[in-house]
Design a protein around this ligand. Structure first.
Ligand code: FEO
Length: 417
């Protein structure tokens, strides 16, 4: 069976794993690789759900031929046209010239843009349309901007399989382990799942919320995404994560401390604050050097944690460029609803604090704590005391947020009784 795996009795994973690609979309590092998932349904008709990236096309075509075992391929459903899933479409058409392509109007327009040979074989579906392929009936739900405008998901109403396109995907190659219950997802996959979602689709949180609302109306038994493991158990665990990320709600109470330091003095201030927070009992503190940490990791960590501290040197009378890039990414991805502390450093004209505050002003619900700390070249007793005050302010804001949450929970309980 080469690398084929059964998802159900008549549904097969025929995708591929890529360990050679270093940068997903030529920008995000993927040290654990990535999978491109494609699924083949063997009903009275044969139906392929999406194809794969060109990098694994040969292996994919072999798997499709193996599962078909001499049968023709009747249909390909294109849920998402991005080339990491659709690049092999023309190769499928060449090998199975009778195949019909099922997708939506916008996707067909893009197929023409990419030069795919789809004329005469198009079956255009609308939201809510359904088709029977024998035992299985598939219905389509449109999911615009999760991740491109043409994206849709396919739902098998017969057995509850949701072909969820990019939604519920993650970085990381499967390496044989197809199901999320075959790995320690929380330990080994969650960080990559968050990094994938927040960096790739994070900007479109409200659209993910729309899809989750639609998904809430159907009885999903299995989630089959285009990247990463298939979910057949404990679906609620991952759906809840997606819900939080797409609402820009932190997963954990904790502090992300990101510093930009040229000679170690700003780093010293950041480390000092981390120590003070731990002394006050807040040990969920994570410190990163913005210059040596990929921005996709910083973004993922920013989505994870409730509090953020930015510590930056002043550079050309501005925010340090790498820190600026991180802030810029954060804004592009629509990140919001965080409490932020600020530390700046400058030897003759410190500007970074003011500039960072201005930047955060242009974002949604970023609560900047008063009393930013200004370091003049290196730490002194005065800055040490200011860092004490900042640590106190962070702890106090956490206590306040806990009180607000507890009050909301009490009110919700009273309402339900
Ligand atoms: Fe995995 Fe938006 O493609």
């Amino acid at each position: 069976m080469y690398t084929v795996r059964k998802v159900t009795d008549d549904l097969y994973w025929v995708g591929g794993n890529d360990h050679r690609l270093h940068l997903f979309e030529n920008i995000h590092p993927i040290p654990r690789g990535v999978s491109y998932n494609s699924y083949l349904l063997m009903d009275e008709k044969t139906v392929l759900f999406d194809t794969v990236d060109w990098a694994v096309c040969r292996e994919f075509l072999e798997s499709v031929a193996l599962v078909l075992d001499g049968r023709d391929l009747d249909y390909v459903v294109i849920n998402h046209l991005e080339p990491d899933h659709a690049a092999s479409l023309n190769e499928v058409i060449l090998r199975y010239p009778n195949v019909k392509i099922i997708s939506n109007e916008r996707a067909f327009l893009m197929m023409h843009q990419y030069g795919f040979d789809v004329d005469g074989r198009q079956i255009q579906v609308e939201e809510g349309d359904a088709m029977s392929f024998g035992k299985h009936e598939i219905t389509w739900v449109f999911a615009p901007m999760v991740h491109w405008p043409e994206a849709m998901v396919s739902f098998d109403t017969t057995n509850g399989v949701l072909f969820s396109a990019d939604a519920f995907g993650t970085f990381g190659a499967l390496d044989g382990k197809l199901f999320a219950d075959e790995v320690n997802f929380d330990r080994d996959w969650l960080d990559d799942a968050r990094r994938y979602l927040t960096n790739i689709v994070g900007k479109y949180g409200p659209f993910i919320q729309d899809l989750l609302a639609k998904a809430g109306t159907i009885d999903i038994k299995i989630i089959a995404p285009l990247h990463g493991p298939v979910w057949r158990k404990d679906l609620g665990y991952f759906i809840e994560k997606y819900d939080k990320w797409s609402r820009y709600e932190p997963e954990e109470e904790g502090v992300l401390l990101v510093y930009a330091s040229m000679y170690g003095n700003t780093e010293h201030a950041a480390q000092s604050l981390a120590t003070k927070l731990c002394e006050r009992g807040m040990t969920n503190v994570h410190v990163y050097d913005v210059s040596s940490t990929h921005v996709s990791t910083l973004i993922s960590e920013t989505f994870r944690l409730s509090h953020l501290v930015l510590a930056s040197v002043t550079y050309n009378l501005e925010i340090y460029p790498v820190m600026y890039n991180y802030l810029h990414e954060m804004k592009l991805l629509n990140l919001q609803n965080r409490t932020v502390g600020i530390i700046e450093n400058g030897t003759w004209a410190p500007q970074a604090a003011e500039k960072m505050e201005e930047f955060l002003d242009g974002m949604k619900i970023m609560d900047v704590l008063s009393g930013s700390v200004s370091v003049a070249s290196s730490m002194t007793d005065t800055t040490d005391k200011e860092l004490d005050a900042l640590a106190d302010a962070i702890i106090e804001s956490m206590e306040k947020e806990r009180e607000i949450k507890a009050k909301a929970a009490r009110e919700a309980e009273l309402k339900n009784n």
